[in-house]
Design a protein around this ligand. Structure first.
Ligand code: FAD
Length: 462
């Protein structure tokens, strides 16, 4: 027997786009249903941002202790080298995910959102048929639909997932640290995981078709990461192509055209993600497409009336905070508020070693001046052994009027500076505003202050 549910808003997909849209809609008093086929939290919480950052943290702790055992630079040495119980590490990571997953469920309940666990499929732009996780059937009829089905890893036809060939999902729950890990694709997901596994003791090799790592970030930002990889023995094959799986590992055509096989216990394929546009009735919704993505305007409205789409489904940047911002915005628009999505200050963060942040425009933007301040001249960075890694903060401002239009940084913990950078751009700050803010000493944020001063030609410490 099919249950019929009528509602004001139906959100399909409970990732950071969909669950935020549903909570905000509920807060605004809209009758809301959320349909999620897997676990609440989506890619980000279950197999993306959170578990990867937990694994990265555990790897950092392990590497720091291993370093203390062998190189007592800070006057610390361990009596014996640390040991790793990787199953316990994965168990701890799963605990972090479970706790946040429970938190999302509680928040949805508090916002009075009805959550239906099951796979949804539309028969028209108002009607969604859900095959529930318990084997039942629910038909939801809604005035407004919010599509938030997210994205999935791209599979290479000559390296299908299965056996030793894994995606980021499996890489976050391996039974043991692989002795030899080959990674195809040097974007942020591949490198974050590769660096973590290197710290956990794996021999890591990265194969990338472009002639550099992290091709979406400018070369200067990437250089300190590249240096870390070289120093820690991560082998890089640039301008090289993975061609398939051999008897012992990964088959590669090198930049010189030579065919080689890289021995590997696991082959991690991180060549990008594609939007989930299949399986939920895209054709029946009659939404327009923009390449592989669902096309939306600056209110996240699709070509079909009262059908909205957000997050990874609608294009780059495929980031959790963009999905959430769009989700909250769409709920407010449905509730009658005037909103537009402005992508001018979306921070992009790489949780590599060291970390990279990029917000807004780069130094090549026309009509701009730039100030760069190195962490080598920042007291806090030096006191955390992070002064020698080549890190810096860079501020980009309009030459006329000094409005800040971009900030980038590479260095230890710079992810935590990303909000300050985005605030400066979002609030229309000029260099003189940052100059006038008294920054606490000693903190990494002082490098932002000094970079703004530098752009005006009068940094104090450089
Ligand atoms: P998703 O999170 O993909 O959620 C979509 C949900 O829809 C899924 O739960 C899915 O089960 C559900 N769904 C799909 N179809 C149906 C259907 N027919 N019926 C019911 N439910 C359905 N981003 C960051 O900002 N910072 C990071 O540090 C970061 N790290 C990452 C690390 C990794 C390893 C990966 C893979 C991604 C990372 N991301 C990060 C990207 C981030 O996870 C995504 O940008 C984000 O999850 C997109 O949110 P979304 O709501 O659009 O979709």
């Amino acid at each position: 027997k099919t249950e019929i549910v009528k509602t004001r808003v139906l959100v399909l997909g409970g990732g950071p786009g969909g669950y935020v849209a549903a909570i905000r809609a509920g807060q605004l008093g809209l009758d809301t249903v959320l349909v999620e086929a897997g676990r609440l939290g989506g890619t980000c919480l279950i197999r993306g941002c959170i578990p990867s950052k937990a694994l990265i943290h555990a790897a950092e702790q392990y590497a720091a202790m291993a370093g203390a055992a062998t190189a007592p630079r800070l006057g610390i040495s361990l009596a014996s080298p640390p040991s790793l119980d990787f199953a316990a590490t994965i168990g701890w990571k799963d605990g972090v995910v479970d706790r946040l997953n429970g938190g999302v469920a509680a928040l949805l309940k508090r916002a009075k959102v009805r959550v239906i666990a099951g796979h949804g499929r539309f028969s028209d732009a108002r009607t969604c048929h859900v095959a529930t996780a318990e084997g039942g059937a629910v038909t939801v009829q809604a005035e407004h639909i919010v599509l938030a089905t997210g994205s999935e890893p791209i599979e290479l036809p000559f390296l299908p997932f299965g056996g030793k060939v894994i995606s980021s999902t499996e890489a976050l729950s391996l039974p043991a640290v692989p002795k030899r890990l080959a990674i195809v694709g040097a974007g942020y997901i591949g490198l974050e995981l590769g660096i973590a596994y290197r710290k956990l003791g794996a021999e890591v090799t990265v194969v990338e078709a472009a002639d550099r790592i992290l091709p979406l970030y400018d070369a200067k930002l990437v250089e300190p990461v590249r240096r870390w990889l070289d120093r820690h023995g991560v082998a890089l094959h640039l301008s090289a192509r993975a061609t398939g799986q051999g008897r012992d590992g990964l088959l590669v055509e090198t930049a010189g055209g030579e065919a080689i096989e890289l021995p590997a216990d696991n082959i991690l394929v991180t060549v990008g993600r594609r939007p989930v546009t299949r399986g939920w009735g895209l054709e029946e919704m009659a939404v327009a497409m923009d390449g592989a993505f669902v096309a939306v305007d600056d209110r996240c409205a699709t070509a079909t009336r009262n059908v909205w789409a957000i997050g990874d489904l609608v294009g780059e940047p495929m980031l959790a905070h963009k999905a959430s911002a769009q989700g909250a915005m769409v709920a407010e628009i449905i509730a009658g508020r005037k909103r537009r999505f402005d992508p001018r200050a979306i921070p992009a963060v790489c949780f590599t070693e060291p970390e990279i942040v990029s917000v807004g425009q780069g130094p090549d933007a026309p009509g701009t001046i730039t100030g760069v301040f190195p962490f080598a001249a920042n007291g806090r960075a030096l006191s955390m052994e992070a002064g020698d890694a080549g890190g810096f903060v860079r501020v980009v401002a309009l030459e006329a009027g000094h409005r800040i239009v971009g900030v980038q940084a590479v260095g230890l913990h710079v992810s935590e500076l990303s909000a300050a950078f985005a605030q400066a751009i979002e609030t229309g700050a000029v260099l003189e505003d940052v100059e006038g803010i008294i920054h606490a000493h000693p903190t990494l944020g002082e490098a932002f202050h000094e970079a703004a001063l530098k752009a005006m030609g009068h940094a104090i410490h450089a």
